[in-house]
Design a binder for this molecule. Structure first.
Ligand code: NDP
Ligand code: MG
Length: 390
């Protein structure tokens, strides 16, 4: 039996993870499930999968969670400390799939000797890559990528020597607006930005795909996972989303990972690692596909990519500033406070304002990350207020 915990169980990645686990009850035993506001889903899955404990990140949901779990034998808890405590229960495998900065601490708590952390929460690597990787090493835990591009790179690197790697190419679908003329982007609405041409994902990452902020985050994620230099990482637009990433070696070979746009592949790879096992994903018919196309990911059209490169150059805590400003700008766009193109401007302005504080010397600590995260959010709020007065 493999014991598992799913952080962010009620979300898109969480539900795909549950789909895979529920198919093999003889292999997996669920210890903890965590969610946010969707208490009904959390309780239903916790009962169905016979979890030990179900936790909502929000105290206000505790009463409803207790009601729904009453008589089931599943423990109920709520709040940040409870999330961390549940994440720290010893298990073989943990899925980190809370969205945003909120996923960092539970992810850190989950790192224990012998545990494998399947990391979908890219924000924690962008904010605090050194902290997360350092803690994994100190604890003797393993972190596996779940983001499709990074899972693809990881798979292409099996048996290879990092010394032989020349470059890593991650692909981007281009998101909802890839075929829009540039002059239409300023007027893009929330509904338009919230629909993805190829992938079915949570709303936040879907909008981040349209703005290319998701790919910007993934550039930094690639650097943190694989420790290659920024110049070795490329982004290419690939509208079909069939090749997820390629690794280029010193002999000129490019190893591509090809698969359907279904997150259950990357989740399942991390779940079964180091073995492979059957997964219920579509088998690609290459003849039917016929062709795959690639386009330049223009940095002038996609300022998010340029900003990510500046962040990688700057290092230190600038990833935490970048993420916090991006999360705030996204909140601002969702709330109708700022326009689609304003998001990149907010992030750029916050990076400028905090650049002196984000790149100081010294080891990265959780407190320092939390503090700069809060300051970046305050700054982003001020920038957006300024925008509203234009
Ligand atoms: P969703 O928005 O679908 O799900 C997010 C999960 O986090 C839900 O369980 C939600 O609970 C929970 N949550 C939200 N806020 C909090 C909080 N403050 N405290 C505790 N829990 C909280 O997101 P996705 O599943 O799309 O994405 C999850 C992560 O995986 C993100 O980091 C994303 O970037 C990454 N990822 C996602 C991919 C995808 O295909 N979806 C692909 C690659 C990476 P509730 O819904 O109950 O409120
Ligand atoms: Mg991805």
């Amino acid at each position: 039996m493999k014991t598992v915990t799913i952080l962010g169980a009620t979300g898109s990645i969480g539900q795909n993870t549950i789909d895979l686990i529920a198919r093999r009850p003889e292999t997996f035993r669920v210890v903890a499930l965590t969610g946010g506001r969707n208490i009904a889903q959390l309780a239903e899955d916790a009962i169905r999968l016979r979890a030990e404990i179900a936790v909502t990140g929000f105290e206000a949901g505790l009463e409803e969670l207790r009601d729904r779990l009453s008589g089931s034998g599943v423990e109920a808890a709520a709040g940040q400390a409870a999330l961390n405590e549940a994440a720290a229960r010893p298990v073989d495998w943990v899925m980190s799939a809370i969205v945003g900065f909120a996923g960092l601490e539970p992810g850190l708590s989950a790192l224990r000797p012998g545990t494998t952390l399947a990391l979908a929460n890219k924000e924690s690597l962008v904010c605090a890559g050194a902290l997360l990787m350092g803690e994994a090493q100190a604890q003797g835990a393993t972190i596996l990528p779940v983001d499709s591009e990074h899972s693809a790179v990881f798979q292409a690197l099996v048996g290879e020597d990092m010394e032989a790697v020349e470059r890593i190419v991650i692909t981007a679908s281009g998101g909802a607006f890839r075929d829009w003329p540039e002059d239409r982007l300023a007027g893009a609405t929330l509904a338009e930005a919230s629909s993805h041409p190829n992938w079915d994902m949570g709303q936040r990452i879907t909008i981040d795909s349209a703005s290319l902020f998701n790919k910007a985050m993934e550039l930094i994620e690639t650097r943190e996972f694989f420790r290659v230099s920024p110049e070795q990482i490329e982004v290419v637009i690939h509208p079909e989303s069939l090749i997820h990433a390629l690794v280029g070696f010193r002999d000129g070979a490019l190893m591509a990972h090809v698969g359907p746009p279904d997150m259950r592949h990357a989740i399942g790879y991390a779940l079964n690692w180091p073995e492979r096992n059957d997964l219920p994903v579509e088998r690609l018919d290459l003849v039917k596909i016929g062709q795959m196309t690639f386009r330049n990911a223009d940095q002038a059209r996609h300022p998010a990519l340029r900003l990510a490169r500046e962040v990688m150059e700057a290092g230190g805590l600038s990833g935490a500033v970048f993420n916090a400003a991006k999360e705030s700008a996204l909140d601002g766009f969702i709330a109708g406070r700022i326009g689609f193109l304003d998001m990149a401007q907010v992030v750029e302005e916050v990076l400028n304002r905090l650049s002196g504080d984000a790149t100081g010397p010294g080891a990265m600590t959780l407190d320092a990350v939390r503090e700069i995260d809060a300051r970046a959010r305050t700054q982003a709020d001020a920038v957006m207020t300024g925008f509203a007065a234009r």
